[in-house]
Design a protein around this ligand. Structure first.
Ligand SMILES: NC(=O)c1ccc[n+]([C@@H]2O[C@H](COP(=O)([O-])OP(=O)(O)OC[C@H]3O[C@@H](n4cnc5c(N)ncnc54)[C@H](O)[C@@H]3O)[C@@H](O)[C@H]2O)c1
Length: 407
């Protein structure tokens, strides 16, 4: 039986996927409300295909509880934020989960850490917890790192089709866990050592952050001298060996805006490009704010209450708001004492999360003169005609209406 610890954006779909592929699974989360929701037959976030997968897993017998189970395999999928001061990974949730596992696990058990961690985290923080409980690693307890790559919005498909990495101390244990993931994963699964697996995951997200930063920097350069960054990127990408990403209002979510900082924190004198890239991306919400003020001046708009931010999530068609550029903008506006004046709307966020949040697109548009498109949800793409007559600042390059302002 597999005990999946942490039933959030990663742990829940992983547990459901395994259960619906014939693996006996119990999911554990210390959040009682979350476990009660799952036990009442409801999923806890929106994701294509998740409800169907949930139904299959429940039919196959998956259980949800707040209790850690006595079993031979644990998968730990708890958050790994970074320390805002040191930039290093904050492994406290992983350590707490492993400590709790040590209280119940029998000898011979395997602990798989799925959470993203910086290279050396398992050695520094996880091994000592296991050893402090009197276990010999590799003899009494096996340790594995199996980082996850799926992207919100396409999780179910990617769980099935992505390639995976398994890091283990010895090949036999690695192959055993590879077999477990092969119950559902149709991609290639590479078995390597733990530190390599830790580093690959962080490097993958860092690669993406640096490339996004390059596009964002181009947007700033082009704005400075009134050049069209989108036209320039389009032409450059016709070169057979150039593939520039699109600029945007910033980076959010639990991965690309977080993981690269681990390398900056651990290698401050070496990770220079990464450090600058993260600062560039983190500076984009303020860049958008400046654009708003420029446009307000140009259009003679003086009332910030007539400005509306479309989109609260960090990417399109998901309900995950963590670290989103819109939240970063609101925080920045708060410091300038106008954070609670702008209107905000997102079709994926039903609960009131920020001041002046509206819940109907038409009412939102009627209440504002300037709309800032921060997320390219399908809803707005399908309703672009409703923006006619509005001043539009489009940070995602999705609005083709005449007179639209861009980054
Ligand atoms: N969200 C993504 O897109 C994504 C993609 C790839 C990898 N990851 C990585 O996966 C890991 C998990 O991220 P997530 O987005 O699923 O986080 P999440 O916040 O959505 O879920 C984590 C869950 O763990 C629970 N939890 C925390 N500590 C616990 C403990 N000690 N015992 C039991 N439950 C506990 C929380 O209640 C929560 O429900 C992170 O390391 C993240 O970097 C995330």
């Amino acid at each position: 039986m597999i005990n999946v610890i942490g039933l959030g954006y990663i742990g829940l779909p992983t547990a459901l996927m395994m259960a619906s592929h014939g693996v006996e699974v119990v999911g554990t989360d210390y959040n009682e409300e979350l476990v009660a929701t799952l036990n009442a037959g409801h999923t806890t976030f929106k994701e294509d295909g998740l409800d169907e997968l949930f139904a299959e897993a429940v039919k196959a017998g998956i259980k949800f509880t707040t209790e850690y189970q006595v079993t031979d395999t644990y998968i730990v999928s708890v958050p790994t934020p970074y320390d805002k001061f040191s930039k290093k990974v904050d492994a406290c949730h992983v350590v707490a989960a492993v400590k709790a596992i040590m209280k119940v696990c029998p000898e011979g058990a395997t602990v798989v850490v799925e959470s993203t961690v910086s290279p050396g985290t398992i050695d520094k923080f996880v091994r000592p917890v296991i050893e402090a409980n009197g276990f010999v690693i590799g003899q009494d307890i096996n340790l594995v790192h199996a980082p996850e790559r799926i992207i919100p919005g396409n999780m179910v498909y990617e769980l099935l089709h992505n390639n995976r990495t398994i890091g283990a101390d010895n090949k036999y244990v690695g192959e055993k866990i590879k077999e477990l993931y092969s119950s559902f994963c149709q991609g290639d699964i590479v078995v390597t050592d733990i530190r390599t697996a830790e580093m690959t995951k962080v490097v993958e997200n860092t690669f993406r952050a640096v490339n996004i930063a390059f596009a964002n920097e181009l947007a700033k350069i082009c704005r400075h001298d009134n050049m069209d960054v989108y036209e320039i990127i389009k032409i450059c990408n016709m070169h057979p060996r150039v593939n520039i990403l699109q600029p945007g209002p910033g980076v959010g979510g639990h991965c690309i805006s977080v993981d690269p900082w681990f390398l900056v924190g651990d290698y401050p004198s070496l990770a220079k490009v990464i450090d600058e890239s993260m600062k560039t991306n983190d500076g984009m919400p303020d860049f958008v704010l400046n654009r708003i003020y420029e446009i307000m001046q140009e259009k003679g708009l003086t009332d910030i209450r007539r400005v509306g931010l479309y989109g609260l999530t960090y990417k399109e068609n998901v309900d995950d708001m963590r670290e989103s550029p819109t939240l970063q903008m609101l925080e920045s506006m708060e410091r300038h004492l106008c954070g609670n004046l702008v209107k905000v709307y997102d079709p994926f966020i039903e609960k009131d999360e920020v001041p002046n949040q509206m819940h109907n697109l038409d009412e939102f548009l009627n209440a504002i003169d300037l709309v800032v498109l921060l997320v390219g949800h399908d809803e707005i793409k399908q309703n672009m005609n409703k923006l006619a007559g509005k001043i539009v600042l489009d940070t995602r390059n999705i609005c083709m209406l005449e007179g639209t302002y861009r980054l």
